[in-house]
Design a protein around this ligand. Structure first.
Ligand SMILES: C[S@@+](CC[C@H](N)C(=O)[O-])C[C@H]1O[C@@H](n2cnc3c(N)ncnc32)[C@H](O)[C@@H]1O
Length: 196
């Protein structure tokens, strides 16, 4: 899980998940005032979700290990005149940022991790999320036809984000993730998780 393999996905045109616009689930949550305070977009890729949130006036930091994705994100921000911050950081070591956030977004990051990596990631998220802050996880779900790669079950989400690890799962709703290979998106979960 070092930067290089992920960076390579951005070298030859858009990656499968790089749809050039924010995910509808994120747009909807933002429209419902679901994002508050400083926002962290973990595994932000080329930054379309971060850019959408920043364009709404929220202070947003997007982090990723893929330098090429971050360069594209910064370029897009410049072209659109959007004030937003993008930085290189490992999602498994977010405490090294030395910052905390009222809302954290994981769009397509959790489902890339294997079961052994999840506890460390969940602790890393906890280290930067303010108490009473909100984490949104949009990930491929294991329900319905046309599931994406590495689908996640509801139970896996609940098992990862426990009160013992500092989280309360408020909701896990069926949703869609747009990809370049699904006409109407792939089955997804949109989880709202509160930091205790
Ligand atoms: C499926 S893509 C989703 C990208 C973006 N959130 C989007 O919706 O377009 C997963 C992203 O997580 C990033 N990533 C994977 N492992 C990471 C890690 N350990 N730390 C930070 N970013 C990571 C990848 O580089 C990639 O950009």
């Amino acid at each position: 899980m070092t930067g290089l393999p992920w960076d390579a996905s951005y070298h030859d045109g858009p990656a499968p998940w790089d749809v050039g616009r924010p995910q509808p689930a994120v747009v909807r949550a933002a429209a419902g005032s679901g994002f508050a305070g400083a926002v962290l977009d973990v595994g932000c890729g080329t930054g379309e979700n971060a850019l959408h949130l920043a364009a709404l006036g929220l202070p947003v930091l997007g982090v990723d290990v893929a330098e090429t994705a971050l360069a594209i994100a910064r370029e897009t921000a410049g072209e659109r005149g959007i004030e937003v911050e993008f930085a290189t950081a490992d999602a498994l070591r977010l405490e090294s940022l030395g910052r905390s956030f009222g809302t954290v977004l994981d769009c397509g990051m959790f489902h890339t991790l294997d079961a052994g990596e999840r506890p460390g990631y969940v602790a890393s998220l906890a280290s930067v999320t303010e108490h009473d802050g909100t984490l949104y996880v949009l990930c491929f779900s294991d329900e319905g036809p046309g599931t994406g790669p590495h689908p996640v079950s509801r139970d896996e989400l609940k098992a990862a984000f426990t009160p013992g690890a500092g989280w309360n799962v408020a909701a896990i709703e069926p949703d869609r993730i747009l990809t370049r290979f699904h006409d109407d998106g792939a089955p997804a979960w949109f989880a709202t998780i509160n930091r205790i």
